[in-house]
Design a protein around this ligand. Structure first.
Ligand code: HEC
Ligand code: HEC
Length: 296
């Protein structure tokens, strides 16, 4: 059944209860559902041809949060409390019996981002993905490698300043607030691109409003569970700093340590300029008569 569920739709189901407008509604052609924009968009995942059922299910449904190495994807560390468990640790292996894992995957874990998969995956599929995790991330070898990486100060999936020692409760890294320096708001886009704000509006209303809100206030339907919160474009700090080059760069690269996707993976420069132009004109520097056009 739902073995090809894309990470973006998984995310939408978990965090956007009640919203149907996930980034997957993008009109842009994309090679494979698993590479759609979304929190998982920062890493395109390729499914090896000879992948087992369990591995395929893991890549399609779990890697977006649990990471390619089962240590927790980097973006989740600042977003979820608790973050996904690191499978490769002695403590996980002690606590996570096969039965408990099957139970957690089927019914989810209350009050955490770990959602129930019982209605999307069959019993066979759930057993297969659990066995894949146990064989791949909870083996003696995987645990030894994770411990070695952690003691070398690098746990793989964690940002360099994270404290990812195996088995410890990970401290949630806080993105440093950028110093506020007034930007030159007249600067153009790189490469002298001219953005088309009307096209950008369509894209924004399909892909960005879920987090940033229709009014650009950072209060979109998905924003509730997101930490740090999506950027409020109406905030004075945004209006002092987010000129066209800054918008272009932020949208293209995304923001490490937050769920802000790197749209440069799915949009070309012109399309980024279009949506950036919309944000600039609509929220950052609205002309006075435009101010009340978009309500939430
Ligand atoms: C939206 C993010 C997200 C996705 C997608 C996700 N998980 Fe989780 N998972 C979590 C979080 C967060 C926890 C930690 C929950 C806790 O500490 O109780 C977790 C915990 C777990 C645990 C340990 C549960 C326990 O009993 O302590 C297992 C096993 C697990 N996930 C398996 C999976 C599998 C298999 C998939 C894919 C079919 C998956 N997860 C998809 C976020 C996610
Ligand atoms: C899944 C939620 C989500 C989606 C979808 C999303 N963003 Fe964001 N966005 C964020 C978060 C979270 C931040 C980081 C806020 C912070 O660092 O305080 C952010 C930050 C930004 C910033 C400021 C970056 C900076 O350097 O301060 C811009 C500009 C931005 N987003 C534009 C967009 C645009 C345009 C889209 C659609 C093409 C979009 N975002 C889609 C969550 C999202």
């Amino acid at each position: 059944m739902a073995v090809t569920l894309a990470p973006a739709s998984v995310w939408a189901a978990s965090a956007a209860s009640g919203t149907s407008a996930a980034p997957s509604s993008s009109p842009h052609s994309q090679p494979h559902p698993a590479s759609r924009a979304g929190p998982g968009a920062n890493s395109r995942r390729v499914i090896p041809v000879n992948a087992s059922l369990g591995e395929r299910i893991y890549i399609n449904n779990c890697a977006v949060c649990h990471g390619d190495k089962g240590a927790g994807a980097m973006w989740t560390q600042a977003t979820f409390n608790p973050p996904p468990r690191k499978f490769a640790s002695l403590q996980s292996r002690e606590e996570l019996t096969r039965e408990r894992m099957i139970n957690s995957v089927t019914y989810g874990r209350p009050d955490t981002a770990m959602m129930p998969f019982g209605s999307r995956l069959s019993d066979t599929e759930i057993a297969a993905v659990v066995d894949h995790i146990r064989a791949t991330f909870m083996s003696d070898k995987a645990i030894a490698e994770a411990a070695a990486a952690a003691s070398a100060g690098n746990s793989g999936a964690m940002p360099p300043h994270g404290h990812g020692a195996a088995g410890e409760k990970a401290e949630i890294p806080k993105p440093k607030p950028a110093p506020i320096v007034d930007a030159d708001m007249s600067l153009p886009f790189p490469g002298n691109l001219a953005g088309d704000g009307a096209k950008g509006r369509d894209f924004y209303m399909a892909n960005c409003f879920t987090c940033h809100g229709k009014a650009g206030d950072g209060e979109g339907p998905r924003s509730t569970f997101i930490r740090p919160k999506p950027r409020n474009f109406l905030h004075p700090d945004s209006r002092r700093t987010l000129n066209r080059p800054a918008l272009f760069k932020a949208i293209s690269n995304g923001k490490i340590g937050t769920v802000m996707p790197a749209w440069g993976k799915v949009l070309n420069d012109q399309e980024i300029a279009d949506v950036a132009e919309f944000v600039f004109q609509e929220f950052i520097r609205p002309s006075p008569q435009k101010k009340k056009v978009s309500g939430n």
